[in-house]
Design a protein. Structure first.
Length: 287
């Protein structure tokens, strides 16, 4: 498959209702926030995880669409398997640079997430190098400050015999965001796709499909109701691009409707997109 020839930027707009979109392990797994502004945060790692999970379900068993970053095996064992499957010598001291380059090429061909996001694969006895991926994401931030509600819950199933002696139920807690509208931005570099990973037009269409559907197969009691609301794509006519990304991102505006002070639903917002694009840029609303 031929690598993409155009640069892209994109904006994702999604919301959460009565859920925790991304827990912070440094704060008792409460929803992540910016402490200065109280805006909600979702990390790029969290967003990529959901994209990986969707692709793994959607393309299960298809060659070239494996996922490297997942907890099934150690990464070093996967690197060694790449060497073995492609006839490269394993566990050599002073690894041959040509072998590392070949292993990196095989990793890009075999793993969708390496081809898309890149990966650090320079560990272990059989390193595969470092790949800069053509697709990068910023942290998602909520449009308005979020309110974190700490909810008490009861559990009827005790975990130990000692706890059974104190009664039939015990108390627990969960932290939720009653409502939050989030925005995240991303980039697709055709230069890195062409020179490094071979990220193709087919991969790009799969990426859009994964973004649109990444919450649909990730539902849980902890995350509540999460929905992708908008996917807005800016396509450049060439590889280097025709306008700065910041100029394009500023074309998408989100504002509360008149009279709304505390947003509690998607309908409380107005999203506008300035369709007057710079020369060489095409606007595509995927969702």
């Amino acid at each position: 498959m031929e690598a993409i020839k155009n640069r892209y930027e994109f904006v994702m707009i999604f919301d959460v209702e009565n859920g925790n979109p991304n827990g912070d392990p440094d704060a008792g797994n409460m929803p992540r926030i910016d402490p200065e502004t109280s805006l909600g945060i979702m990390t790029d790692v969290c967003l990529k995880r959901k994209i990986r999970n969707f692709v793994e379900i959607y393309k299960e068993g298809e060659p070239g669409y494996n996922i490297l970053i997942k907890p099934d095996k150690s990464l070093n064992s996967k690197f060694t398997a790449l060497y073995e499957e492609n006839g490269l010598k394993t566990k050599q001291k002073g690894k041959n640079a040509d072998d590392v380059r070949e292993a990196r090429k095989f990793a890009c061909q075999n793993y969708f997430d390496v081809r898309t996001f890149g990966a650090v694969m320079s560990t272990g006895d059989d390193p595969c190098g470092i790949v800069r991926g053509p697709v990068q994401l910023n942290f998602a931030k909520s449009v308005d400050p979020i309110y974190i509600q700490d909810v008490s819950i009861t559990r009827q199933a005790r975990t130990t015999e000692d706890r059974m002696e104190t009664g039939q139920t015990e108390m627990g807690r969960k932290s939720i965001v009653p409502y939050g509208l989030y925005r995240a931005e991303g980039y697709v570099s055709s230069m890195l796709a062409q020179k490094v990973t071979g990220f193709s037009e087919e991969d790009l269409e799969l990426l859009w499909t994964a973004i649109i559907n990444m919450f649909e197969h990730d539902h849980s009691a902890a995350r509540g109701k999460m929905c992708m609301r908008k996917l807005i794509v800016f396509r450049h006519d060439n590889a280097l691009g025709c306008a700065p990304s910041g100029v394009l991102f500023d074309k998408v505006k989100i504002a509360k409707k008149d009279g709304v002070t505390v947003p509690r639903s998607y309908e409380d917002y107005v999203i506008t997109v300035d369709g007057n694009m710079p020369a060489g840029v095409t606007l595509e609303e995927k969702l």
